[in-house]
Design a binder for this molecule. Structure first.
Ligand SMILES: Cc1cc2nc3c(=O)[nH]c(=O)nc-3n(C[C@H](O)[C@H](O)[C@H](O)COP(=O)(O)O)c2cc1C
Length: 163
């Protein structure tokens, strides 16, 4: 898929086929996350892969809007190591979701509202935290991809020289 098309057509969706993600595709997704730039290039992230049903259910219990997570064949928790900021994690996460979408795999970022619960579920070392959990899967239906609210028009977002 052409890069701009990939960016423009990517929407977050929450219903997936049960088909598993091939290993080489998973590696591609992880490489895309790894290649993100970060403040001072400290690369303050680690990725925890969850495919086991019980582990996915456990992490889903740490978010307030995460019911769909156990149904995703692949879940990746983006963990911030000490010194990392949410912007760093966001770059890695979006890279992974776009690389997946390029392979026809849809995804959704999921917030972990209960941070201690998420850290415990993943067995994180001290000072590490879950920035975001990403659920991935092949779209269940074409229709499930188009439920989002439209984006704000550029005319309302863009300012010239000053606000
Ligand atoms: C930081 C962040 C946290 C999010 N947390 C959740 C979440 O906990 N559960 C969920 O279902 N979607 C979550 N989302 C997905 C948003 O709901 C989604 O990006 C937004 O509705 C736009 O969706 P669209 O791309 O399909 O239009 C989150 C998105 C971001 C960027």
């Amino acid at each position: 898929m052409e890069a701009y098309t990939c960016i423009r057509s990517k929407r977050d969706s929450r219903s997936y086929k049960s088909d598993s993600i091939p290993e080489e595709t998973l590696q591609r997704i992880l490489q895309a996350g790894r290649m993100a730039g970060s403040s001072k290039n400290i690369q303050p992230w680690a990725f925890v892969i969850l495919r086991d049903e019980a582990r996915k259910k456990e992490i889903a219990g740490c978010g307030d809007f995460a019911k769909h997570v156990p149904s995703a064949p692949l879940v990746i928790a983006v963990v911030l190591t000490p010194g990392g900021g949410p912007f760093d994690a966001g770059r890695a996460a979006q890279n992974m979701m776009l690389a997946a979408w390029d392979e026809g795999i849809t995804s959704c970022p999921v917030a972990m509202h209960k941070q201690e619960c998420a850290a415990e579920a993943l067995g994180l070392p001290p000072e590490h935290r879950v920035a975001i959990v990403l659920s991935f899967g092949y779209p269940e239906t074409e229709a499930s991809l188009h439920r989002g609210v439209p984006r704000t028009p550029l005319a309302e977002l863009v300012h010239q020289e000053r606000w």
